[in-house]
Design a protein around this ligand. Sequence first.
Ligand SMILES: Nc1ncnc2c1ncn2[C@@H]1O[C@H](COP(=O)(O)OP(=O)(O)OP(=O)(O)O)[C@@H](O)[C@H]1O
Length: 405
Amino acid sequence: MTSWIKSSCRKGAHAEATRAANCRRNGRSYIAFNGSAISCLTSFRYYSRFCCKKKLAGRSSALIMRASQRRSRSMWIFAVNEQAGSGRGKIIWKLVEAELQRRSLPYLAVITASAETACEEVHSLLARSRSGIQSQSQGQSLAGSNQSPSNVRAVTVIGGDGTVHSILPALQGSGVPLGLIPSGSGNDTARAFGIPKQPLAALERVLQGETVAVDLIILGGNNSGNVQPQKPVLTALAVGFDAAIASAVNRSSYKKLCNRLGVGSLAYVIALFHMLLIYRPRQMTVTIDGTQHVYNRGWMAAICNVPAYGGGLRICPEASPSDGVLDICIVHTCTPLQLLRLFPTLLTGKHVRLPFVTMLRGRRVSVSAESMEGAAPISAFGDGEPACDVPLEVEAASNRLFLVR
Ligand SMILES: Nc1ncnc2c1ncn2[C@@H]1O[C@H](COP(=O)(O)OP(=O)(O)OP(=O)(O)O)[C@@H](O)[C@H]1O
């Protein structure tokens, strides 16, 4: 259940802040908006019905009338993860919202409680905005016209890589661009696309920046007869040792502390040493466009759409998010000490010359591994979030997402 909270009127601000705090306490998503954003959603009937339910009908209807008169044609949606970067998301959203209000720009903010609700909310807002456009065009088809499929200018994430990942299913193939104001710990997505770290500079890009089409990694398909649901990944899919590091960081108590001290990457270094002690490499089979490659003592396979992840490690330095293919880095047949010595070279991308590193490219990739008694199955993380265990299959999807940068 989502609550709607108008955040930009001064009168009643205290009541609105209390409602927002209640939503946060109960782990519920809520939507904050300013007046002109309502007209952009165009679904007047839906909105006023909702407001009646919430006993806000009088005030909000008046608001809708004023906004409709302005006939604003476009708006910005923000998906805000207040928890990202151990609370940085909340601070950055306050800054961004103040700037939006200062410029009187129409916006809607989904303050999300979880990855799942974020995707559902964004999906339904886009569907509503699309149906509003269709009813405005009085049944005329939009196909072939220059009109945007929606009056939403962009859906902008205030969060880290995990938050971006959470709304990819709603945005892929929608034609609505993804914007990003980096507020996480690693911010690999922002780094990959040259998005400024400074929140207001990043906001300026969202408002003015160019939109580019980028590829996605689609995880799923039919693997060994098991049909898996499809999941889009933007930056990289980490399989094996590096996924174990990401998992250890996510479960750790030191991640929060490192973020608070402004050294988010240190959490990954701690997890690296921990995993070197306990991780057991095993036989790994990587099949690329039908060609099988078998590695004894396979440590990891990184399937990349962008050159770097893990806080700036250049795992696949040649990867490009607009070439329609995936770059794969496989580390195998080395000792834990050799693996440790490999990590500093990841910062420059020089690891690609090492004899126990194999670099490959292709459109369709599957990874399987032998099971080992007493050892956990090999897992995969997409955009730093848990994705699945092996066996897995992925495919490059060309130009599946628009991104503002
Ligand atoms: N849309 C969302 N709303 C609320 N929580 C989310 C959302 N998406 C993901 N999460 C959860 O919040 C956690 C933190 O979010 P996120 O990954 O964006 O920030 P981070 O981990 O601080 O930064 P980064 O991923 O860039 O290192 C995620 O691991 C996930 O559990």
